[in-house]
Design a protein around this ligand. Structure first.
Ligand code: URA
Length: 231
């Protein structure tokens, strides 16, 4: 494994959310911190991340990417009123700096696959308009399909209300007259709901099955798994 640059122990402890820099001295008396085999007490001591243990456990990873199965009524934001998605994570992870942030957003009433990362480059890469990361949704509709939706969505000619650029072609798979799967490669604001509004329908339930190849099929709602080596 690559050795990163050595840093002060208090810098690791605070950026990984174990304690504040101010609290590091006390933290190092409460827990057994080792650098390789030596027990250490000095917060200013420089060490490699991979050489440090706390009570014989390695430090949390320097960057963290998670795949969460977002439940309903949970908000993809750092500062809105209500239950924030980050509150479902361990408190230590909530204190990390750089912060963990969702890769794009799902509406409060949408469930399913969302990546959460503190890797800014990865987040940017997957949300940039050039990314074309595939998103697969399952939608329940208020009205039965009228029959021309798949053709319209696949045409590359659909213009959403208030926009000036056509949507890229999207693939619609019909499950029943009021249930569909929709595969899109953009991430415009409320895109799925607005696509169905554009064809005279309304989405009453929305679930994202897959984001950029990451499926939540085996992850219970509200839970998450760590994704390794994503970049
Ligand atoms: N499209 C929507 O309308 N809502 C979402 O949450 C995701 C995609």
């Amino acid at each position: 494994m690559q050795k990163h640059t050595p840093k002060r122990i208090d810098a690791f402890l605070s950026s990984l959310g174990y304690c504040s820099r101010k609290e590091a001295k006390k933290f190092m008396r409460m827990y057994t911190i080792r650098v390789k085999n030596d027990v250490v007490f000095n917060p200013a001591l420089k060490a490699y991340h991979e050489d440090i243990t706390i009570n014989n456990e390695p430090l949390d990873a320097l960057t963290l990417t998670l795949l969460m199965h977002k439940p309903k009524d949970v908000i993809c934001s750092h500062d809105d009123a209500g239950v924030l998605i980050y509150s479902l994570l361990p408190e230590r992870w909530q204190r990390r700096n750089p912060k963990l942030s969702t890769v794009g957003r799902l509406d409060v009433d949408t469930t399913g696959a969302i990546l959460i990362t503190d890797n800014g480059a990865l987040n940017h890469k997957l949300t940039s308009p050039k990314s074309e990361a595939i998103k697969v949704y399952e939608a329940t509709l208020a009205q039965p399909l009228r029959g021309d939706e798949a053709e319209i969505f696949e045409s590359g000619n659909l213009m959403l209300h208030g926009e000036i650029k056509h949507l890229l072609p999207a693939k619609l798979t019909v499950i029943s007259p009021t249930r569909v799967q929709l595969e899109i490669c953009e991430g415009r604001y409320h895109q799925v709901k607005r696509m169905f509004a554009a064809v005279g329908n309304r989405v009453i339930q929305l679930h994202r099955l897959n984001f950029a190849g990451f499926s939540v099929e085996n992850i219970p709602e509200g839970e998450y798994k760590i994704i390794q080596n994503i970049l």
